[in-house]
Design a protein around this ligand. Sequence first.
Ligand SMILES: NC(=O)C1=CN([C@@H]2O[C@H](COP(=O)(O)OP(=O)(O)OC[C@H]3O[C@@H](n4cnc5c(N)ncnc54)[C@H](OP(=O)(O)O)[C@@H]3O)[C@@H](O)[C@H]2O)C=CC1
Ligand SMILES: CC(=O)N[C@@H](CCC(=O)OP(=O)(O)O)C(=O)O
Length: 392
Amino acid sequence: MSAISFSSVCFSRGHCWNNPKEFGKVRKQQGGKLLVKCSSKSGNPSSQNAVRVGVLGASGYTGSEVLRLLANHPQFGIALMTADRKAGQPISSVFPHLSTRDLPDLIAIKDANFSDVDAVFCCLPHGTTQEIIKGLPKHLKIVDLSADFRLRDISEYEEWYGQPHRAPDLQKEAIYGLTEVLREEIKNARLVANPGCYPTSVQLPLVPLIKASLIEIKNIIIDAKSGVSGAGRSAKENLLFTEVTEGLNSYGVTRHRHVPEIEQGLAEAAGSKVTVSFTPHLIPMSRGMQSTIYVEMAPGVRIEDLYQQLKLSYEDEEFVSVLENGVIPRTHSVKGTNYCLINVFPDRIPGRAIIISVIDNLVKGASGQALQNLNLILGFPENLGLHYLPLF
Ligand SMILES: NC(=O)C1=CN([C@@H]2O[C@H](COP(=O)(O)OP(=O)(O)OC[C@H]3O[C@@H](n4cnc5c(N)ncnc54)[C@H](OP(=O)(O)O)[C@@H]3O)[C@@H](O)[C@H]2O)C=CC1
Ligand SMILES: CC(=O)N[C@@H](CCC(=O)OP(=O)(O)O)C(=O)O
């Protein structure tokens, strides 16, 4: 990263954004000074100005999504990509849709040389990640997409993940990466624990409402649904087409490992313990996630108060939008993008509200938010490389 100058270089408007409003936002965010330069070839690791990025677990779904997003990033070049079973293979044989990019072959982590790498996205299964990150050189900035550093209390990690935490010192250093909520802390982090997909979709609507004491912190019910890519790419019987298609499958009923992560974030917003009822479901689509959340409003609070609070909280946020009154968020509208769309509706039971939040589990729920976080850590505009319209 030493080759990068973060100041006084030009910003090619045509290449980076085509939306003058967004361009204006970046100017504002950077105090009117344009800080980065667009390289002519996205994702080119040899670019003189590129931050050299490693993608650990590039043969998995979130890893491949990082590769897709980085193809549109003017400053991050891919220096190395690792795999486990697929080590030694070119990316074209693992993900043919990425074969048009000039990318390095997949290698095993033990063969990776990080001396020339600035930052890594760690897209590995939880449980294996702690040991791997512990062994990485200290100069690396790390965004970890697994659950291994999300729970501040390591005894809680052991309880929910069924094994003792293997890097307690690193856990103390890790910053939880819910960007819109912890932006300032993330800017100074070396290791960011990127949130889980369900916890992202739940905390984004609930944190501002809890902070403003507009909803009760008891009786929160979360009914959540995920596309099948949420379960990763490795083969499992319950993920076969025949098991998933034309049906709805509840899982993790009464005890899903995202419960402590959700409760941790909501408790921080409330300043006291919060418990939630949470049931996830697998639905027959490849990507996308919806959380339908049932809450009790605080005494005297009206649905309009919830709506206005959410609007206010996210009015300056590019990636979280509160829809117009009455418009129902749909997973179609966020497919392939880093957006979270939210809306709030009055329940027919007086005093209760229904909140709907949608994200793409692989983007805002994983690789997109991870890129948002790495942009922040490295001092770039946080939306760099994240301008995608929905695939619908
Ligand atoms: N999928 C999603 O929507 C989300 C996932 N996450 C989290 O992100 C992480 C990655 O998820 P996802 O991409 O879906 O998972 P995948 O199963 O699709 O990919 C896992 C990757 O890790 C590699 N790998 C597996 N075991 C090892 C090991 N022992 N040592 C080194 N590399 C290994 C695999 O290599 P190979 O294929 O070559 O064996 C593959 O590249 C997980 O922790 C997941 O929980 C977070 C939010 C959302
Ligand atoms: C559909 C599906 O199986 N989804 C995964 C969650 C994906 C995710 O966010 O997982 P991490 O916490 O591991 O990062 C699950 O329920 O375990």
